[in-house]
Write a protein of this length. Structure first.
Length: 271
């Protein structure tokens, strides 16, 4: 692919700067649906930010596993695909890429609405919000999207508008290591890109399962950091999807993405 700007740095830098941000933003007190929401239905966006995002992203539904969902993403037709990264004024736009783990989770939820129907769902590291959108489309009773980047939260609202949905609650706190919320289901995609962050996720997710009997689904295309982590031995493969050619090119030739069910052994005794 003939790009010189964002994409190589996003692929490489995600392991460093973004993981460091997740680790440094400690979770606060126990989260409640209404107290933790930085954005919700009826919340207006900063007009300047909205205009910038609308001008510098492309609305697309092609090249991904979920053509039913329209998203504002960074594509080769966008100026900043080739522009110098330091000219982007709002921090690294990890949210502007539809990562393959999130694609697999979203596809699975759309094809199997019973997984979320009538249930409360936390989309951890939500990014563009596609998996949260899929959960709403599939009948979840409550959806909370979480990402530490406030611009991601704004982009999610734009993506809800594109799909004719009322915006779901969004929090930009780092809730990993916070008190456990009462979720029926936690979904997270492409989050295991750093060993220390993976360790924190492993511990916190086990705690959610032990205390609240939360179900956990993880989407990942099989990156080394994920396959080599100890959590991998406690996963059950749910389904594997072949990635569209465009997504393969975006992700250095990765050919498939998998949805895993996290089922830690002896969790009640040892978590």
């Amino acid at each position: 692919m003939a790009f010189r700007g964002w994409k190589p740095l996003l692929l490489l830098g995600r392991q460093n700067s973004f993981a460091k941000a997740w680790r440094s933003r400690r979770g606060g007190p126990s989260l409640r649906w209404k107290r933790c929401c930085h954005w919700s239905a009826g919340k207006s966006l900063d007009p300047e930010v909205r205009a910038f995002l609308e001008e510098n992203t492309e609305v697309t539904s092609s090249g991904h596993l979920t053509p039913e969902i329209r998203l504002r993403l960074l594509t080769p037709r966008c100026k900043f695909w080739r522009e110098k990264p330091d000219l982007w004024p709002y921090g690294d736009p990890f949210w502007a890429i539809y990562w393959p783990g999130g694609q697999a989770l979203s596809r699975y939820i759309l094809d199997n609405p019973r997984v979320v129907k009538g249930r409360s769902v936390l989309d951890l590291g939500s990014g563009c919000g596609a998996t949260a959108i899929a959960a709403v489309m599939s009948g979840a009773s409550q959806v909370l999207a979480n990402d530490i980047d406030p611009i991601a939260g704004m982009a999610m609202i734009l993506n809800c508008e594109l799909n004719h949905l009322n915006p779901f609650p969004i929090t930009i706190k780092n809730i990993i290591n916070s008190d456990v919320g009462n979720w029926d289901l936690i979904v997270l995609g492409d989050m295991f890109y750093d060993e220390q962050l993976a360790d924190g996720l492993h511990h916190w997710l086990r705690k959610c399962i032990r205390i609240q009997q939360t179900q956990v689904l993880i989407g990942d295309p099989g990156r080394h950091q994920f396959l080599s982590h100890s959590i991998h031995s406690q996963l059950h493969k749910v389904i594997e999807y072949s990635l569209p050619e465009y997504t393969r090119q975006e992700n250095n030739g990765l050919t498939s993405s998998i949805v895993w069910s996290y089922q830690p052994s002896n969790c009640v005794e040892n978590c």
